[in-house]
Design a protein. Structure first.
Length: 92
């Protein structure tokens, strides 16, 4: 069951809702797994979130971004998480 969850969460980044945010990111050498989310609030713009971990095959980092009234997780939070992983990868 755990292997299925790891695979499904990687699929969110490689072919699911976070795919566009991670297009061009070196997922083959730095695999990321995650889940987008959008929390609806009546009468207001939705809250965006994306929870992730990397390296997906040997987790070392967990990055979560939540943006109140930020829209969808795929459009707002996932791109922010990608920028954080780009900064982490750039560290010596």
């Amino acid at each position: 069951m755990l292997a299925f969850l790891h695979s499904a969460l990687q699929g969110v980044v490689t072919g699911g809702t976070a795919r566009v945010a991670f297009t061009g990111f070196p997922l083959a050498s730095y695999p990321v797994a995650g889940k987008t989310g959008t929390a609806e609030v009546f009468g207001k713009q939705p809250t965006s979130w994306f929870a992730s971990y990397a390296l997906a095959n040997r987790p070392r980092y967990a990055v979560v971004v939540v943006v109140s009234r930020g829209g969808t997780g795929a459009e707002t939070s996932a791109p922010a998480v990608r920028k954080i992983y780009e900064a982490i990868r750039a560290q010596p």
